[in-house]
Design a binder for this molecule. Structure first.
Ligand SMILES: Nc1ncnc2c1ncn2[C@@H]1O[C@H](COP(=O)(O)OP(=O)(O)O)[C@@H](O)[C@H]1O
Ligand SMILES: [Mg+2]
Length: 141
């Protein structure tokens, strides 16, 4: 865990954020929104991977980060080198260490995120709870 939000080191060319209710249908909505935004931005990375990462992080916020009366926040931002940042914030101020598990179905979402993303980290928010951040690079040439 990092103590402070790490600045995104490059110039942003796109930046978009929206709050959602902590309900299961939010997961599908967030998928649709991210797919649409990245298509509009003509983001050159793997949009399906980015949608899947978003989906897992938003699903986790809804299931593990839900506190009644709070919403979750989704942010996606593209830097000028095409690095994509996906941030999902929820009001629960804890996050597990991610490591492979051998038992059952639980714990697979974050492993998938780790495999698809270039980085996965989290930090406490100034107000309440935390932000989970995944970053995906554009196309590797
Ligand atoms: N946003 C979150 N807030 C708090 N804990 C979380 C969050 N996301 C994940 N976790 C914890 O990490 C575990 C692993 O997450 P994940 O790999 O997505 O598996 P699953 O969601 O199927 O349990 C969860 O079971 C939960 O304990
Ligand atoms: Mg999960």
């Amino acid at each position: 865990m990092l103590d402070l939000p790490q600045p995104i080191p490059a110039l942003l060319v796109h930046n978009w954020t929206l709050g959602y209710p902590m309900t299961p249908r939010t997961v599908r909505l967030a998928r649709l929104h991210v797919h649409r935004r990245l298509t509009m931005w003509n983001w050159p990375g793997d949009i399906e991977d980015a949608v899947l990462v978003t989906s897992e992080l938003v699903a986790n916020a809804v299931v593990h980060g839900r506190i009644p009366g709070h919403e979750l926040r989704l942010r996606i931002a593209e830097a000028d080198d095409h690095l994509l940042t996906i941030e999902v914030s929820d009001p629960v101020p804890t996050f597990p260490e991610v490591r492979p598990r051998s038992l059952g179905e639980r714990g697979r979402g974050l492993i998938v995120v780790q495999q698809l993303a270039d980085s996965l980290d989290w930090f406490l928010r100034a107000g309440v709870g935390k932000t989970v951040r995944a970053q995906l690079s554009g196309p590797k040439d």
